[in-house]
Design a protein around this ligand. Structure first.
Ligand SMILES: [Mn+2]
Length: 336
């Protein structure tokens, strides 16, 4: 906690003196990344800072209800590299690896900005930035941003409350995953008092699947493979299936939710062929085993109960066999 307060103070000193600040999340920003950058952006706007949030792609429509939807720009080197190189501070949220920033990481780290990392992923070294606000025990990066704003006496207005709530509810799977603590529920309740439309948020985030995605769910549930006496399931989503069903926006989360709803299921692996031939892998567990270890062995990472990686096209099938085998071993050992 002391180390975190020290980092908060360093961040506060930096942001007090900074005139222009650029904030970014990881590629394919999820709810926590979006909530964290949105909350920090609003906090700095209330302090009259020049602040720009850059995302690598348009906001996922699931978060289209957020006030933040009007307050970000999609990164374009021609428009933003000069800004990235000349900003006083650059803040990356919900990632500790520069690689996951995508192309904008290069001008951000080569420019004159003092770099900041705010994250809750386990990080082996001290962090990638000059100021690192890291706490792997935090439920969400948005929670860390909330703690920072509170620490420096900032106002938590409705826009910040909505943003932090999105971080909390998505990284806990709407308060169902093992990282759902009483403190998190208390914080969410306090935030919700600012007239947050909880049923509306739930519907937008979790119940806005396209009909094509519902058909994918059916195919995946039918073709899944059970292992370890049903404790582990894995499935492979073929590119041509997605094309045939007319899926425009593929998302792994709704599928993972269905697979892990199985009575006996403890671990899930989902493999999805991407259009470039690589294969995206999502791993989930209900708390044990630590799937982050499995993901790391294949060049990925994440959290103990939610992690992922990407397999290269050339070795995808061979890597899939190895990864399934390693998750099988981890699952069997955890429940021996
Ligand atoms: Mn997160």
């Amino acid at each position: 906690m002391d180390a975190l307060h020290h980092a908060f103070d360093a961040l506060h000193a930096l942001l007090e003196s900074a005139d222009s600040v650029v904030i970014a999340g990881h590629e394919h920003a999820d709810g926590d990344a979006v909530g964290a950058v949105a909350a920090l952006r609003r906090h700095l706007e209330l302090l009259d800072k020049r602040v720009t949030v850059l995302l690598d792609e348009p906001l996922n429509p699931r978060y289209g209800f957020m006030q933040f939807r009007k307050h970000y720009e999609v990164y374009d080197p021609a428009l933003h590299d000069e800004l990235l190189r000349s900003a006083d501070a650059f803040v990356m949220c919900d990632l500790s690896s520069r690689a996951r920033l995508g192309p904008l990481g290069v001008p951000a780290f080569e420019g004159r900005a003092t770099t900041v990392c705010i994250d809750h992923h386990p990080c082996d070294d001290g962090g990638p930035a000059e100021v690192n606000v890291l706490d792997a025990t935090a439920t969400a990066t948005g929670e860390l941003v909330h703690r920072y704003i509170t620490h420096v006496g900032g106002n938590i207005d409705r826009q910040i409350a909505e943003s932090v709530f999105v971080s909390l509810c998505t990284d806990t799977g709407w308060f169902r995953y093992p990282n759902t603590t009483p403190d998190v529920i208390q914080l969410a309740a306090d935030l919700a008092k600012q007239r947050l439309d909880l049923p509306g948020m739930y519907r937008s985030i979790y119940q806005s699947n396209s009909a094509a995605m519902l058909r994918v769910l059916g195919h995946v549930a039918r073709s899944m493979t059970e292992e370890c006496d049903g404790r582990m399931v894995w499935a492979w989503v073929r590119r041509d299936l997605l094309d045939e069903l007319g899926v425009e926006r593929y998302e792994a989360d709704p599928i993972l939710d269905v697979l892990r709803s199985g009575e006996l299921v403890e671990t899930v692996a989902l493999f999805t062929e991407q259009s470039d031939g690589r294969v995206a892998v999502s791993l989930r567990s209900r708390g044990r085993p630590d799937v982050n270890g499995v993901a790391r062995a294949f060049g990925g990472g994440g959290h103990a109960f939610a992690a992922g990686t990407t397999l290269s096209a050339a070795t995808a099938q061979e890597d899939r066999r190895k990864l399934v085998s390693s998750l099988r071993t981890a699952t069997a050992e955890a429940f021996a």
